[in-house]
Design a protein around this ligand. Structure first.
Ligand code: SF4
Length: 686
């Protein structure tokens, strides 16, 4: 049955037996479709019509027949599309229906309905979602756009409803504006409506724990897994014999020796009650459940490292294929390419995600190393760990997914193919939350930092969203802060270099947008700090920034800094030793002068010739307190070179001497008392 052969209502209403898929009829309470891809749960492929519409009612409640028929007609029209609207897949249609139901709940509460919901009401509805019932905003920027998009989609498919004789939206929502319009964007931007990156102490603790799990506990968990699988199958083989009861899994597993961290094993033996279930909060009394929880934690550690160091979405991770390249010994999903200069090797990761992205082949930069070295970035170590960790179940089910679901959630381990299934995004999220709560020790963090960032929702894992890794990753790449954990600091420094040197961090447009958005946020943060007149600044750009402080202060008071940054497309290029404002005065760029390249064409620094010494002589350069550590280190390192030089050769150590002098000059400016704001009121220059 296709869209062409099925006429929409009123005929459909009279033909409740019409097939909507190989599995379901029009009148069924559940429409079931065939799952489309890896990482997608069966429940993503069904539309259950018992969708809540508020006041304890659903679309299936008596008296809601017209609304139910409206939803079915819209769903059918979306599934098959029309000349102005391409056909959508069942999971997308389900999301649309759920978001439309959200609007229905608001309408019912506010004495409105689909037949009276006009453009004005649509604006009121959207604004109400930012701070529902006066509560603080909890919806993301994307969330607001999705809600707006659901109403626009419903309007695009209105013909299906009107043809059935059902009154429907009297006019286009949001004055007929597209979702990309600035009026709708402003509603998001106004209220921090974006998914926040994970706070630094949270992200760094999770990543540090994940690295420890990969390095120190993974081999134990794999041994434990093998021992348990062998005991369970032995026990099954003994069923019906006297030896069956004699083989007590707990007692066997209790003898398992965990490897030592220092003098003591990294955890106590597994005994009844030694572990707590994240799902129930109660002690775990079954051996298999306890071991399963450890495998789940190890899986989550790998996923956190992958997401946190590549910025991939969780669905893209679920779609990675397994396999090892026999030539390189690396995961088959990895391709190594030389950088343009030939000095570095870049690791690119691809997943089956092209199926998710409408056939577009996407890949992510998973790390970088000096050419010829054998260093493996954290993301590659995580892929290799997952390869081993899920191997028995992958083989049982003859699947090639890197991650699989290996038994009932929170209970048994699968022992044959019937218990193995593709992993779902929700399954990964639950594992990550449990890992964060059980293993990461976040409870030791303070409840808030900087007076306003609330860490409490992260301590029990409940506030964590896998999407936050993307923003966190984008921020780290820009920052490559040496104060981060050494291994990660190096990784992100490499990622940052790869992104800027190669102009390439994969081709995922959303990820690039996230990085751009993080750059914007950091630029705004820098300007706001400078507008107070209290933040010290040194370097060639310092004078111009000081001159503009009054204007910046005015903008800050009016809340216009972000919009000015967006409108003027101001970009700051960050490094651990300072900030580059090449977009403000490209003609002054020293690195481009040294490289004989055109700064107006590239609009970013010339990385080959960029260095602390070159930047110090450049009008585009600024240093603030954020970079103090770098310059202090530079003095210590170069002074120790000078101190160890023999007296007679010391004058020849000119470079070290200049570096010390330069660093001391910068620190003198940073240590000087703040310069008070003047009354100059120039507009900021570009
Ligand atoms: S020399 Fe440094 S500050 Fe100047 S444009 Fe190049 S990177 Fe930017």
């Amino acid at each position: 049955m296709t869209a062409k052969t099925l006429k929409l209502a009123p005929e459909t209403a009279a033909k409740p037996e019409i097939q909507v898929s190989p599995h379901s009829k029009w009148s069924d309470e559940v429409w079931t479709f065939t799952p489309l891809r890896a990482g997608q749960a069966q429940y993503d492929s069904v539309i259950r019509w018992g969708i809540s519409i508020g006041d304890g009612e659903t679309l299936l409640s008596p008296g809601q027949e017209t609304l139910l028929e409206t939803f079915r007609l819209l769903a059918w029209s979306c599934l098959h599309g029309h000349s102005d609207a391409p056909a959508k897949k069942p999971p997308t249609v389900l999301q649309f229906l759920l978001r439309l139901a959200n609007a229905i709940r608001w309408m019912r509460k506010n004495g409105s309905s689909l037949s009276s919901f006009d453009s004005q009401a649509s604006w009121r509805y959207l604004k109400s979602q930012i701070a529902p019932d006066g509560k603080p905003a909890s919806i993301s920027q994307a969330g607001i756009r999705h809600l707006a998009d659901a109403l626009n989609t419903a309007y695009h498919h209105r013909k299906a409803v009107l043809d059935a004789g059902i009154p429907f939206l009297p006019e286009a929502p949001f004055d007929g504006l597209p979702i990309s319009s600035s009026a709708i964007q402003k509603i998001d931007a106004k209220e921090h409506g974006w998914i926040e990156p994970l706070p630094d102490p949270v992200a760094l603790t999770i990543l540090r724990t994940s690295i420890e799990w990969l390095e120190e506990t993974l081999s134990d968990i794999i041994r434990l897994r093998d021992e348990l699988l062998s005991l369970v199958s032995k026990k099954r083989a003994l069923r019906g014999t006297r030896a069956f009861a004699a083989l007590r899994l707990y007692e066997e597993i209790e003898k398992f020796q965990f490897s030592k961290r220092g003098e003591i094993p990294w955890r106590e033996p597994i005994t009844p009650g030694s572990d707590i279930s994240y799902e129930t909060g109660k002690p775990i009394t079954r051996t298999e459940t306890a071991v399963r929880a450890l495998i789940s934690d190890a899986t989550a550690a790998c996923v956190c490292l992958l997401q946190g160091t590549t910025g991939m979405r969780v669905s893209e991770i679920a779609a990675i294929r397994s396999g090892i390249d026999p030539k390189t010994g690396l995961p088959a999903s990895i391709r190594i390419r030389k950088s343009k200069s030939g000095l570095s090797e870049l690791f690119f990761l691809s997943s089956q995600a092209e199926k998710i992205h409408d056939g577009k082949h996407l890949e992510w930069l998973a790390g970088m190393r000096p050419a010829g070295s054998d260093y493996l970035p954290p993301a590659i170590l995580a892929l290799l760990a997952l390869e081993k960790l899920h191997k028995p179940w992958r083989e049982m089910a003859k699947m090639d997914d890197l991650l699989v679901s290996y038994g009932d959630r929170g209970r048994n381990l699968a022992m044959d193919a019937s218990g193995v299934s593709p992993i779902t995004s929700n399954g990964i999220l639950s594992s990550c939350k449990a890992f964060i709560a059980r293993q990461c020790g976040l409870s030791e963090l303070p409840d808030t930092i900087f007076g306003s960032i609330d860490l409490r929702p992260y301590k029990d894992g409940s506030g964590f969203k896998t999407h936050q890794w993307r923003k966190t990753f984008a921020l780290y790449v820009l920052r490559s802060d040496p104060k981060m954990l050494p291994a990660l600091s190096q990784h992100f420094k490499h990622m940052s270099l790869a992104m800027t040197e190669q102009g390439y961090i994969g081709n995922d447009p959303d990820l690039l947008e996230s990085i751009d958005s993080a750059r914007r946020q950091r630029t705004v943060q820098f300007l706001v700090e400078q507008s107070t007149g209290l933040a010290p600044i040194a370097g060639g750009m310092a004078e111009l920034v000081r001159e503009q402080r009054k204007s910046l202060e005015d903008m800050r008071k009016k809340g216009n800094v972000e919009s000015w940054v967006v409108e003027s497309d101001l970009r700051i290029w960050f490094s651990d030793y300072g900030k580059c404002f090449v977009s403000i005065s490209p003609g002054e760029s020293r690195c481009h002068a040294l490289g004989k390249t055109d700064p107006w064409l590239s609009a970013h620094p010339n990385y080959e010739h960029r260095s602390p010494s070159a930047c110090c002589g450049c009008k585009c350069f600024a240093v603030d307190a954020e970079h103090r550590d770098f310059w202090e280190r530079r003095i210590t390192e170069n002074q120790s070179i000078l101190d160890s030089a023999e007296d007679r050769f010391r004058p020849e150590y000119r470079v070290a001497q200049e570096r010390v002098a330069q660093a001391k000059a910068i620190l003198r400016v940073l240590d000087a008392p703040p310069i008070p704001l003047t009354e100059t009121n120039h507009e900021p220059k570009r």
